[in-house]
Design a binder for this molecule. Structure first.
Ligand code: WTA
Length: 651
């Protein structure tokens, strides 16, 4: 657990200003309204969407399976686009796109609609239809959003795979979801140069044990690419010649909208899937209520990549349903200089910023002079997501980025929850630095002890959700038992989030980090088992144990302990360590690359053979090693500790 454990006595509070409250979308009465009749509350939010056919029943709940807005029919793409155009908002900017090299595009809702219709027609020409799965493996460019909305428009489920994942990771996701079309680009731009993506897709598809018939390729960088005749098609060659007419059909409220893979406690990522009506209801409601969006005047920027749930719910669906004007940026925060993001805030007059603690801490490390060089006075609300935010980072965000004048909303949620769950309401809640505060209206969250009993204020335990919510995952793709087992069996009848949490003396909720074998690296979930399996698949490795060690910038950093196979000298040469790191990058992707790998002779195990990660974490975090009396060989920790000090760590 993180260092937040000791912070239940935080007593600084930041109430909203009367001026903010007066204009806020969400008022305090929402909590009461939802408490009085939760289903009627959600039904009122659903009514703000456009339905081809209204639902007959709000919720059917057969634990753990929920259906929301049964019998209703709607189209996600229609709600994000057609509606705005038909109601006279077509000229509003949907995206101010800024490419890494500095190229820009301004795309209105009307233009976006034309692109999505053409792309939908292209997908139909390629034989894709309702119920099919399409993998999207792209950089952060407008075509990624267009591709997702085109899939949604024709009822095909998209499965977006973050562009940083390896060919192996992409392949396993393609196979698991039985994907028939992949949409990619030749590459994208990062840190001043073009990187390739299409070759990764080629590698993922080599071997042919999949059902992918076509690969649609956006020409983003003009790199030379290998071409598979009959399979590969340039986006511009097929999309540009399509008709700009396409009538969106309403799909069942429970029609699968997308699959998104996330790490669990085992080596195999879980295909979390979401359906249409409930997901769109909750993402659009929370986006309006928590970010206080005024669509006519705000410029909203969520810095998440579309490859993660935050990009799905708070770049694509929530904001677009609400008609937001957004900034979309392709590159990294430090390219060409550390001023980049601040300059973009000034250039586009961003008023709502939603980002992750890891970026906030990186900015803090760089120093206040970078934000000071740009005019950030357009900002009026700041959001945080992805991992616990330390009170110091929260204060810095508020004071330096927000000039002490913007509400800060720390939002807790997960790929599985689909939308925000625990967060302040900016015009209502007196916030405390580092706390996500309370469950949103219509959401029921509790902190319970080992036995599933509610803990008292001032106590810690596990975060659970006690009532179904509209945007909840509908399952793990192809693995119904895993769904029940992972989320609904630890505390019968309750959803187990996998997070530790604490109620402070006032009952505010503090999230404390994962309590399972999932690490959180820069806000990205990576399973220890996944990295261990990858290390063990290296020819020189016999055994591996991986822990997430506290890290000042990335939250956690991956530290691996490996035992080499017999016949290989037991000291890890730098070359071997580099090779192991490259191997993990190859197998999973750069985000899973261990920061430090230590070659050890033994791993600390109990007499029953269980690896004691707690002790390894002590070593990796340079703490005195805790109680090791249950170890089969108590001497081991001493040896490991000495070895770690003499090994080098990357920064
Ligand atoms: C963590 C990201 C503390 C948590 C939206 C959760 C957070 C996991 C917060 C989900 C927060 C996310 N405070 N922890 N505000 N937001 N987390 O699926 O451990 O990528 O279980 O979804 O991130 O990560 P995921």
């Amino acid at each position: 657990m993180s260092s937040l454990e000791n912070l239940s006595h935080e007593n600084r509070t930041f109430p909203p200003t009367p001026a903010f409250t007066a204009q806020a979308n969400a008022q305090a009465t929402l909590y009461q309204e939802a408490a009085d009749d939760r289903l009627a509350f959600w039904a009122r939010q659903a009514e703000l969407l456009h339905w081809e056919r209204k639902w007959d029943q709000v919720l059917e709940w057969e634990l753990p399976n929920a259906k929301w807005f049964l019998g209703g029919k709607l189209n996600a793409s229609y709600n994000c686009l057609d509606r705005h155009v038909l109601e006279g908002r077509g000229d509003r900017v949907a995206f101010h796109f800024e490419g890494e090299p500095g190229d820009t595009r301004t795309i209105t809702y009307a233009q976006m609609l034309v692109e999505v219709k053409k792309t939908a027609n292209a997908l139909l020409e390629l034989g894709i239809g309702a119920g099919d799965r399409v993998a999207i493996y792209m950089p952060m460019i407008p075509e990624a959003a267009v591709a997702m909305l085109a899939c949604a428009r024709i009822g095909a489920a998209h499965s977006v795979v973050f562009g940083g994942f390896s060919a192996e990771a992409l392949k396993s996701r393609i196979l698991d979801a039985d994907v028939t079309l992949v949409i990619t680009s030749d590459g994208g731009y990062r840190k001043g140069s073009a990187f390739p993506l299409k070759p990764v897709v080629d590698a993922a598809l080599a071997g042919g044990d999949h059902n992918v018939k076509k690969v649609l390729v956006v020409n983003r960088t003009g790199q030379a690419v290998a071409w598979v005749g009959g399979r590969d098609i340039w986006w511009h060659e097929i999309v540009d010649r399509q008709s700009a007419e396409h009538v969106a059909e309403g799909f069942d409220s429970e029609h699968v909208l997308f699959i998104l893979y996330t790490s669990g406690t085992t080596a195999k990522p879980k295909g979390i899937f979401h359906t249409t009506g409930g997901y769109l209801t909750q993402t659009s409601f929370t986006h309006r209520a928590v970010f206080d969006l005024k669509a006519e005047s705000d410029v909203y920027w969520c810095t998440a990549d579309i490859g993660w749930i935050t990009g799905h719910s708070y770049v694509l669906y929530g904001p677009m349903i609400n008609g937001a004007t957004q900034v979309m940026y392709e590159g990294t925060p430090d390219s060409p200089t550390k001023h980049r993001l601040f300059q973009l805030i000034e250039k586009y007059k961003v008023s709502i910023l939603y980002t992750a603690p890891t970026l906030i801490r990186t900015w803090m490390k760089w120093g206040d002079e970078y934000p000071a060089d740009s005019d950030l006075t357009s900002l009026r609300l700041l959001g945080s997501v992805g991992e616990p935010i330390n009170p110091e980072a929260w204060m810095w965000y508020r004071e330096v980025i927000g000039a002490d004048a913007c509400p800060v909303v720390d939002t807790w949620w997960q790929t599985e929850t689909g939308g925000l769950m625990i967060s302040p309401l900016p015009g209502v809640t007196a916030t405390k630095p580092g706390s996500a505060m309370a469950a949103l209206p219509g959401i029921s969250a509790k902190v319970v002890d080992d036995e599933g009993r509610d803990v008292a204020n001032g106590q810690g335990g596990y975060l659970v959700l006690t009532e179904p919510w509209p945007a909840m995952l509908r399952g793990v793709w192809g693995e119904p038992e895993r769904y029940r087992e992972t989320y609904w069996s630890r505390f019968p009848g309750k959803y187990f989030a996998g997070d530790g949490a604490k109620l402070d003396d006032d009952g505010a909720i503090w999230l404390l980090g994962r309590v399972d074998d999932v690490m959180n690296i820069s806000g990205h979930r990576i399973s220890t088992t996944e990295v261990e399996s990858s290390l063990v698949s290296h020819i020189n490795v016999a055994e591996a144990a991986v822990v997430g060690a506290n890290d000042a910038v990335t939250g956690q950093a991956i530290v691996a302990f490996v035992i080499l196979r017999g016949g290989i000298p037991s000291v890890g040469g730098e070359e071997l360590i580099a090779d192991l790191k490259a191997h993990v990058t190859q197998e999973i992707g750069a985000i899973a690359r261990p920061k430090q790998i230590l070659v050890v002779a033994e791993l600390p195990k109990t007499r029953s053979g269980k690896i004691m990660r707690r002790l390894l974490r002590d070593v990796a975090e340079h703490r005195t090693v805790g109680d090791s009396t249950t170890l089969a060989d108590p001497n081991i920790m001493k040896l490991i500790g000495e070895g770690l000090q003499s090994s080098k760590s990357e920064d």
